[in-house]
Design a protein around this ligand. Structure first.
Ligand code: PGA
Length: 250
């Protein structure tokens, strides 16, 4: 399976000028790098600008979307709106959305459905919050989150789904899971998908790791999983390009 590296810029950078410079540096760095898919998810307001620059090598994604297409929902952005500005992916259910914007399993499910309906591919995030959680607890948390997120979603949609295993305690902390635990999570997620759907559908879903990924640890993760969701290191063009290049060799 071709590796997939997703940049989640979060609330960075502040200016359009900086966003353009960062995007162009990343583009320049990854041009000609083969055997890896790359998506960049900037703050939504920069999508129209970056969509004008974009070349084939990088696809654009959103960090979030709303579940209705339109209506009285102040401050929200819908899937069809994102599509118009070149978005092909949407991150759904990121833990920061749960923490600061009160997203729940139910709204994540609605957002996932809305993403697919709008023709977006989704990167669904799942993972435990507590670093001390046992293997059994992690498995239970992943199962519940994934089952609830996928409720009512037909198996045909799995071709458009990527799941990012993101232990919340590893996000932005410099801590990561061990390669062994990353593998256990991947296998467990596949098992959940297989139980919910079937083996061929489960096989199609790429499983990423997210949480303090950088150019020094990425090789561990891309040997085991199908790629990474990169936060902090994705707004440093040199670092992100290194990550993409290492993933392309895995
Ligand atoms: P991080 O963020 O790489 O800064 O830990 C990952 C994420 O939140 O997706």
């Amino acid at each position: 399976m071709i590796k997939f590296i997703v940049a989640n810029w979060k609330l960075h950078p502040v200016t359009a000028q900086e966003a353009e410079t960062l995007f162009k540096s990343v583009l320049g760095g990854v041009k000609g790098v083969k055997n890896v898919d790359v998506a960049v998810c900037p703050p939504a307001i920069f999508l129209p600008l970056l969509n004008q620059i974009k070349v084939k090598k990088i696809v654009l994604g959103a960090q979030n979307l709303f579940w209705e297409e339109k209506g009285a929902y102040t401050g929200e952005i819908s899937g069809p709106m994102l599509r118009q500005f070149g978005c092909r992916y949407a991150i759904v259910g990121h833990s920061e959305r749960k923490q600061y914007f009160y997203e729940t399993d139910e709204t994540i499910n609605l957002k996932l459905k809305a993403a697919f309906k709008a023709g977006l591919k989704a990167v669904l995030c799942a993972g435990e919050s507590d670093r001390g959680a046992s293997e059994k607890e992690v498995a239970q948390i992943l199962e519940t989150q994934i089952q609830n997120a996928l409720a009512g979603i037909p198996k045909g949609r799995l071709a458009d789904l990527t799941i990012a295993y993101e232990p919340v305690w590893a996000i932005g902390t410099g801590l990561t899971v061990t390669p062994d635990d990353a593998l256990k999570a991947k296998l467990f997620i596949k098992k959940v998908l297989m139980n919910l759907y079937d083996r061929p559908s489960a096989e199609r879903v790429r499983i990423l790791y997210g949480g303090s990924v950088n150019s020094k640890n990425i090789s561990d993760f891309v040997q085991i999983l199908d790629g990474a969701l990169v936060g902090g290191a994705s707004v440093d063009a040199t670092e992100f390009v290194k990550i993409v290049k290492i993933a392309s060799l895995a």
